[in-house]
Design a protein around this ligand. Structure first.
Ligand code: ADP
Ligand code: MG
Length: 240
C-alpha cells in the first residue's frame, strides 16, 4: 500500500511556550478518506498548518507520498491541496484570477490554468461568479472557492480543515457528496472536524486528537463498533 501522508512524532510549542502538539504520529493510506476528529483547541489546525508548511514545527517529520516536506518541499507541495479553516483570499482579486494565480504558483502554464479554473469553478458552482471580486461572495461560496483553489493543481491528497463549520445544511450535504465523488475518483482526503456525525458519514478511517495527542487511530467501522459497546468513552465537548 502506498502511504499518502506520514506524520511522525510531530511537536509544536508556540512562541508563548504553549505545547500544542505533544508528539503526534499517524499515517494515511493512499485512497483513504480520513477524519481527524477532535474538540476545539485539540491541535487540528496546528497539525494541518504544519502539513501545509504554513506553520513551523518544533520537531518531527511529515512526508507526503514519500516526499519529506522539508527536504523535498517542491515535490511534496505538488501532491497536496489545502483548504484552510479561515478564508485567506485577496478580497479584491476576482474569483477566476484567484484560481489562475494559484495555478501559477504550481508552474502550470496559462492555457492549462485557464482550463483548470473553468473546470473547477464549474464543478463547485462558481463559474458565473468568475468576474466577481472574492469579497462579494457569501460564506458558502468562499468555502467552495477555497476547495476549487485547492484542486487547481490536481493534487493526489486533499486536506480540509473544518470545511463545513458554519455552513448551512444544504451546502454541507452538497459538499459531502462532492468530496465523496472526488474520493471515489482516487483523491485521498483528510478532513478535520469536530462533528462525529460528519466523520461517520464520510470517512473510512479516523484519528482522534485531543490536547495535542492522538488518542486513537483506527477504521471507522472498528471505532463505531466500539462506541456501540460503550466501552470507549468519547469526550469531545459539547459541540459534537
Ligand atoms: P483546533 O484546530 O483543534 O481547534 P488549534 O490547532 O487551532 O486547535 O490550536 C491548538 C492549541 O494551540 C489551542 O490551545 C490554541 O489556543 C493554541 N494556539 C493555536 N495557535 C496559536 C498561536 N499562534 N500561538 C499560541 N497558541 C496557539
Ligand atoms: Mg482549527
Amino acid at each position: 500500500m502506498t502511504i499518502a501522508l506520514a506524520v511522525s512524532d510531530l511537536k509544536k510549542t508556540y512562541s508563548g511556550g504553549f505545547e500544542a502538539l505533544k508528539g503526534i504520529s499517524f499515517q494515511v493510506q493512499s485512497g483513504d478518506f480520513m477524519a481527524l476528529l477532535g474538540p476545539n483547541g485539540a491541535g487540528k489546525s496546528t497539525t494541518i498548518g504544519i502539513i501545509s508548511s504554513l506553520v513551523n514545527k518544533s520537531s518531527g517529520t511529515v512526508s507526503i507520498y514519500g516526499q519529506d516536506i522539508d527536504r523535498d518541499f517542491a515535490a511534496a507541495k505538488m501532491n497536496i491541496g489545502i483548504v484552510p479553516q479561515e478564508f485567506n483570499f485577496n478580497q479584491f482579486e476576482k474569483v477566476g484570477d484567484i484560481l489562475r494565480t494559484q495555478a501559477g504558483y504550481f508552474g502550470i502554464d496559462q492555457k492549462t490554468a485557464a482550463e483548470r479554473a473553468e473546470k473547477y469553478l464549474k464543478l463547485l458552482g462558481l463559474w458565473d461568479k468568475r468576474d466577481d471580486r472574492s469579497r462579494m461572495l457569501s460564506g458558502g461560496m468562499k468555502r467552495r472557492l477555497m476547495i476549487a483553489r485547492a484542486l487547481v493543481h490536481e493534487p493526489k491528497l486533499l486536506v480540509l480543515d473544518e470545511p463545513t463549520a458554519g455552513v448551512d445544511i444544504e451546502l454541507r450535504r452538497s459538499m459531502w457528496s462532492f468530496l465523496q465523488q472526488l474520493n471515489k475518483q482516487g483523491t485521498t482526503i483528510i478532513l478535520t472536524t469536530h462533528y462525529l456525525e460528519e466523520a461517520e458519514h464520510l470517512c473510512r478511517s479516523i484519528a482522534i486528537i485531543d490536547h495535542g495527542q492522538i488518542i486513537e487511530q483506527c477504521s471507522m467501522k472498528a471505532f463505531l463498533a466500539r462506541l456501540d459497546k460503550e466501552t470507549f468513552v468519547l469526550d469531545l465537548g459539547q459541540d459534537i
